[in-house]
Ligand binder design. Structure first.
Ligand code: UN1
Length: 515
């Protein structure tokens, strides 16, 4: 089912939001980065690009800010993030709507993205009083050994279009409480939401000053706008000891070695080729809903999107035809319209990749349900597609790599071990799930011999992670972890301190050295 609606002009709405959120006019120019909306393909604004010189100056300001910010007690830094969270709460409707307008996410997902930002701010505020180090038992008398966590320095963040603001916040909220300034290079496809977020950060900084907590140093939060060249400035600058980069595995292959060459830390969150297993005992109604959201939600443009499905042969015929019907009935359309579940792809390139993958799938013997562009929606420059469900004869062809579009490949399996082996037989290792009521299978799936991913779920799909857990994956996903649990440690440096409060000088390991 598709919906055709006439809603207010995307451009007018976006410009009104940018004004309300106090994005300065100086952010725009006659020439620069053209911000388009995937809803209609229309140009919303032209954003001034940051030159390499300006990017270096921004890093310089951040490096200066570090000297002051690292000395502010962590709970006070947390107070700044608390104000940021309040600002985001107040701006939730506007910023969520702007995510919809700029990235094409449906309304509830645009709002959900801002909720994720609020949640990570709350988490970081609590964390600001919990940056704990250990006290370690020492082998020497009259000694104490402990570890101290210190701020690390400027944190670079490179984010992707599909989570244009939440991914920044997972990094930035932690970095700020950890004592690190942030220089952010948003996706060139979504500069507007980044500018709006920066305006909210600046307001929180002003409120922090007005509350008498002292100034938030200029340069604590910087945004640099542009393409790959600008990201490279961030990656190459020795004043940036940690870079968190979200995007394709191809991008990570370039960024990772550059950071390694200068011994900087990399937090890489790259591609996913996420799978789910539907076992004989699965609750099929629940599995159906979980699969539909994970595979079609966000028009298949999450790095946690479900892309491969292994269904046990005993339930295949009860599940897959139902799933094909759900695919046939899903509401595709303007993401602002009530009832829409699948909005547009981000651009023509995404559409072409989807077409190519579906051609390859057919050539590999796949039976395709759905797929193809929906005519008459959004205009020429907008790409609305029918999500595709592809029954594959085996795990071959395009199924082995990530295509950032709503394609779900389905394969039959016979035995659990075979399903797990197929599950793990791809390059990426981000997210995974199993639908089963058999506790042995569930436990084996999350055990060391089960899923090899950073996220392994039971009876929920692979997408839609909460911020409380560490987010990220293994293998070609890059190994980085962001958001909850102890991901904060990547933004700090650990010092081990041994203190001698005695008069003797016992050496470790019983070494004697008498002078
Ligand atoms: C991403 O697609 O870049 O688990 C991240 C999820 C979201 C994050 C996705 N919380 O789907």
């Amino acid at each position: 089912m598709t919906v055709h609606t006439t809603l207010p002009s995307v451009r007018d709405e976006a410009l009104a939001i940018l004004k309300r959120l106090e994005v300065p006019d100086s952010a725009f120019a006659d020439k620069g980065l053209v911000a388009r909306s995937p809803i209609t393909g229309e140009v919303v604004a032209t954003v001034r690009e940051t030159s390499a010189e300006e990017a270096k100056a921004a890093i310089g300001r951040a490096a200066e800010a570090f000297k002051a910010w690292r000395r502010v007690p962590a709970p006070k830094r947390g107070e700044f993030v608390r104000l940021l969270g309040e600002g985001l709460r107040a701006a939730k409707d506007d910023l969520g709507r702007l995510v919809t307008l700029e990235a094409g996410k449906i309304t509830s997902e645009g709002l959900g993205e801002v909720q994720e930002m609020i949640d990570i701010c709350d988490f970081a505020v609590g964390l600001s009083r919990q940056l704990y180090g250990l006290t370690v038992a020492t082998e020497r008398a009259d000694h104490r050994m402990m570890e101290t966590w210190h701020p690390l320095g400027v944190c670079g963040v490179i984010s992707a279009f599909n989570f244009p603001v939440a991914v920044w916040s997972w990094n930035a909220a932690l970095a700020f409480v950890c004592g690190d300034p942030v220089v952010w290079k948003p996706s060139e496809k979504t500069p507007l939401t980044a500018l709006a977020t920066q305006a909210i950060v600046e307001r929180a900084a002003r409120r922090y000053g007005e509350a008498g907590l002292g100034p938030v140093p200029a340069g604590l939060s910087e945004v640099i706008v542009g393409g790959r060249e600008i990201g490279e400035v961030l990656v190459d600058d020795p004043r940036v000891p940690v870079v968190s980069a979200t995007g394709s595995t191809a991008m990570g292959r370039k960024v990772g070695p550059k950071l390694a060459a200068r011994f900087a830390r990399a937090i890489l969150e790259l591609g996913g080729n996420n799978a789910a297993i539907v076992a004989p005992s699965a609750d099929l109604d629940l599995a159906l809903r979980g699969i539909a959201f994970a595979a079609m939600g966000t028009a298949g443009q999450r790095c946690t999107t479900l892309r491969r499905l292994f269904v046990h042969e005993s339930v295949y015929d009860r599940l897959v035809p139902r799933l094909a019907r759900v695919y046939g009935n899903v509401t595709i359309g303007d993401p602002r319209a009530k009832g829409t579940l699948v909005g547009p792809l981000i651009d023509a390139h995404a559409f072409e990749s989807m077409e190519k993958a579906l051609d390859e799938a057919k050539a590999a013997g796949g039976k395709v349900h759905g797929g193809g562009r929906v005519a008459g929606l959004g205009g020429e420059g907008a790409y609305y597609v029918r999500p595709a469900l592809v029954e594959m004869p085996g795990q071959t062809g395009p199924m082995l790599h990530e295509t950032f579009a709503p394609i779900l490949y389905v394969v039959r399996y016979r035995d659990f071990d075979e399903a797990v082996a197929l599950h793990n037989a791809v390059g990426a290792g981000l997210s995974s799930s199993i639908f089963t009521l058999d506790m042995r299978e569930a436990e084996r799936f999350v055990s060391v011999e089960g899923s090899d991913c950073g996220i392994a779920n039971v009876n929920i799909g692979p997408s839609g992670a909460e911020i409380g857990g560490a987010f990220g994956g293994e293998k070609e996903t890059g190994g980085g972890r962001e958001a909850g649990s102890d991901a904060w440690k990547a933004y700090m440096r650990r010092a081990t301190n041994t203190l001698n409060y005695g008069t003797a000088l016992p050496l470790a390991q019983g070494v004697t050295f008498d002078v």
